[in-house]
Design a protein around this ligand. Structure first.
Ligand code: NDP
Length: 485
């Protein structure tokens, strides 16, 4: 891409909105803030890409100024190691001016008063339990918020299509849609632009990118981590809500959408929305969906207890730790192509990729042999890689076709995922945020499956931790090495 095109794309993506002057983190003492949000923010500041903003932390308990200052100091000190000279100055300025505020966001008027006391525009980050965030937003409707305020909401965004609609209706009374940021840290800019660049900048791909040539599309997010003490959240969510409803549907949309005319947030999110409106889980859930839960096993030499023996898990909830859905996209381009989305925990290998399998050639000249695997394109997430698996006449017998793998690495962002999220929030660019109608549609797609599972229509299977999943599932296979040339 030439410099002029790159500059105009970057301008198209940037909004005309004023840069936020204060980042207010509600939930200053929380896990998300300490583990992901502050390190992401510190990395962004340390990159020297953004100007100093004020950082304010808030909470309702006795966390207090001293602990907050210490938390910020320690995270920023780590970030300084990798910061640019300019970034180090920004980190120091932000650290020196940070403040803590005691507030109960569920008490009428308190949050509005706090926002008023800060330099605006304020980006309000709700790093709070979902029910507390919702109550806080409801209360804000009574007082309103100053113009230019941005609201940043964490996942899960609602728990059903109806609750997502209700929450959207509350937010719409507070700020315009472009000032609402529904966070999806999975889809960093790198992943989004790697997929779009690959698909739309290569003449080779677009003509074959349809049901005429593609057999199936699979999206995997298999983790080798087990519960990691997160039962409180995970046991209420499960693999389907945690990963597929939120993140993997977004990846599917990027792989399947029609080419947008530009990379502006409106254009791109319109295309994502339009694609998802054509999608549904293929009916006949007993055949098209699968769920399972891990039993005791071993991963990398470490003993993993059965999911039901993990502290904080209620076995009666029947929460799945591995889920798989077959989605159909009912439009001209994709009718008849299965999109398989799978995600799970405590598996024997990390497999985080989209794998596009092409149809066989209509006729192979008689005489060639050795072709037993289809052409495959594999897009790896974390690390971001690209791999094309094709058949060529390798050394030896000229009639024998051999497997060749063309592999490369793609753009990897220097920022942590939450750094990218906050970059967009501060700049007022909602490109990476999930638009309200899209959040509702993601629930619309998975909700019938959740009901079917609750009604026991699909058995909850088991797999030992450290295995590749239930052996009867076709996706529980090795899958080969991703990214190896
Ligand atoms: P925690 O339980 O660790 O933290 C919750 C925070 O909310 C605490 O700092 C608490 O502070 C604050 N809080 C609770 N009630 C009030 C109130 N009435 N007024 C003001 N502050 C309040 O939660 P997490 O950090 O784990 O999660 C936060 C959000 O992020 C959730 O929506 C979660 O789903 C989402 N998320 C979390 C991830 C993670 O890895 N932790 C990953 C992805 C999303 P105090 O006690 O001082 O009131």
């Amino acid at each position: 891409m030439n410099e002029q095109t790159a500059t105009s794309i970057s301008h198209a993506r940037r909004s005309s909105a004023a840069t936020a002057r204060t980042l207010l983190i509600l939930g200053a003492s929380g896990d998300l803030t300490g583990r992901l949000l502050l390190p992401g923010f510190a990395g962004l500041l340390g990159s020297g890409k953004v100007r100093p903003v004020r950082l304010a932390g808030a909470g309702s308990s006795g966390y207090g100024e001293e602990k907050w200052q210490e938390r910020v100091r320690s995270v920023f000190a780590d970030a300084e190691q990798k910061a640019t000279t300019e970034g180090r100055e920004v980190l120091e300025q932000v650290r020196a001016s940070t403040s803590f505020h005691e507030v109960d966001v569920t008490a009428p008027g308190q949050l509005r008063s706090l926002i008023d006391s800060l330099e605006g525009p304020v980006a309000v980050y709700f790093a709070l339990p979902p029910a507390v965030s919702e109550k806080a937003c409801r209360l804000l409707v009574e007082t309103g918020v100053p113009e230019g305020t941005r609201l940043v909401l964490e996942k899960p965004f609602g728990s059903s299509a109806q609750s997502a609609r209700d929450l959207n209706a509350i937010l719409a009374q507070l700020v315009p849609e472009r000032d609402v940021f529904r966070v999806d840290h999975f889809l960093g800019k790198g992943t989004v632009f790697n997929i779009l660049g690959l698909r739309f900048a290569n003449r080779l791909l677009e003509p074959v990118w349809s049901n005429l040539h593609i057999e199936k599309v699979e999206i995997f997010f298999d983790e080798d981590l087990a519960l990691e003490n997160r039962a409180g959240y995970y046991d209420n969510a499960g693999a389907l809500r945690d990963m597929i409803q939120s993140h993997l549907l977004q990846v599917m949309a990027l792989l399947a959408l029609n080419a947008p005319a530009s990379l502006g947030e409106r254009n791109l999110r319109d295309h994502i929305g339009s694609l998802l409106r054509a999608a549904r889980v293929k009916p006949g859930y007993a055949e098209t969906t699968r769920r399972a839960r891990y039993t005791a096993g071993e991963i990398n030499g470490k003993a993993i207890p059965s999911y039901t023996d993990e502290p904080g898990v209620d076995p009666a909830k029947n929460t799945e730790t591995l889920a798989e859905l077959e989605i159909e996209i009912n439009n001209m381009r994709w009718a008849g192509v299965p999109f398989i989305l799978r995600s799970g925990k405590a598996l024997g290998r990390r497999r985080k990729e989209a794998m596009i399998t092409f149809k066989p050639v209509p006729h192979l000249p008689t005489g060639f042999h050795g072709v037993d695997e289809p052409t495959r394109l594999r897009i790896g997430f974390s690390p971001e890689t690209l791999q094309l698996e094709i058949d060529v006449n390798g050394p030896g017998d000229i009639f024998t076709l051999d497997r060749a793998v063309l592999a490369t690495e793609m753009n990897t962002s220097n920022l942590l995922p939450y750094g990218e999220v906050l970059d967009g929030v501060l700049a007022g660019d909602p490109l990476l945020s999930v638009r309200g109608d899209i959040a509702e549609d993601c629930w619309r797609i998975v909700e019938p499956v959740l009901h079917a599972w609750e009604a026991g229509e699909v058995p909850l299977e088991e797999y030992p931790a450290g295995s590749l999943g239930p052996s009867s599932w076709p996706t529980s296979c090795d899958g080969g090495q991703l990214g190896a040339p």
